[in-house]
Ligand binder design. Sequence first.
Ligand SMILES: Nc1nc2c(ncn2[C@@H]2O[C@H](COP(=O)(O)OP(=O)(O)OP(=O)(O)O)[C@@H](O)[C@H]2O)c(=O)[nH]1
Length: 213
Amino acid sequence: AQGARVQRGHRNAVSPSALLKVILLGDGGVGKSSLMNRYVTNKFDSHLFHTIGVEFLNKELEVDGHHVTLQIWDTAGQERFRSLRTPFYRGSDCCLLTFSLDDGQSFHNLDNWKKEFAYYADVKDPDSFPFVVLGNKLDVPERQVSGEDVRRWCRDNGGHPYFETSAKDATNVASAFEEAVRRILALDDRADHLIHTNTVDLEKKTHSDPTCC
Ligand SMILES: Nc1nc2c(ncn2[C@@H]2O[C@H](COP(=O)(O)OP(=O)(O)OP(=O)(O)O)[C@@H](O)[C@H]2O)c(=O)[nH]1
C-alpha cells in the first residue's frame, strides 16, 4: 500500500495534458491489481498479495486524438481495509466496477460497490456518473456469471458499458481503460455545451426585459 495523495485542480474541460483519475473497485481477489499491472506494465503475476489501502500508476495514452494521462487507482477490496480506501474516492473521473466471472458473489456485490463509491466520492446522481463494468478472469473455465445477467444489470443501472477481460492473457484490458477515457471525454463535451447554452440564455433575457436590473 502506498497511501499516495494527489491534488487535482478543478477541471472544466479536457485539455491536452489532462490528468484523468480512474478508480478500480470490487471484491478482494477479483483481479483489480492484475488489471492495472497488465495495462501499465504489460505483466501478470499469478501470486499477487492483497492490496492494503490504495496504490496508483500513471499511463499516458491517446484516445480519438486526445492525449491524456490516466491515473489508475487500485484499491483494497477486502472489507477490513474499507476505511483505508474510501478517503481516496473523491475526485475520480470514472469508476471501474470490477467482479470475477468465476465468482457470482463478486457480481452481486456490484450494487454495494456502486453505493460505497457514490457516498464517499459525493456523487449526487450515480446513474449518470461514468462507471464501466469489468467481468475479469475470462480465461477461467469455471464461469458462474452470464453475460446476459451483467448486461441486464448495466441496463437497469444507467446503461454502463461492460467488458469481459482477462488480466492473465490481456483480453480486452486496453479496450476497457480506453472506454473509461471516452466516457469522461463525452461528459466533458456535454458540460462545455451546457455552459455555452447558459451564456446565450442570460444575454437574451437582458435584452428582452428593459426593466430588469
Ligand atoms: N486466471 C486468472 N487469474 C487472475 C486474473 N486476474 C487476476 N488473477 C489472479 O487472481 C488473484 C487475485 O488478483 P489481484 O489482482 O490481487 O486481485 P485484487 O482484486 O487486486 O485483490 P485485492 O487486492 O484483495 O482487492 C491473483 O492470484 C491473480 O494472479 C485473470 O484474468 N485470470
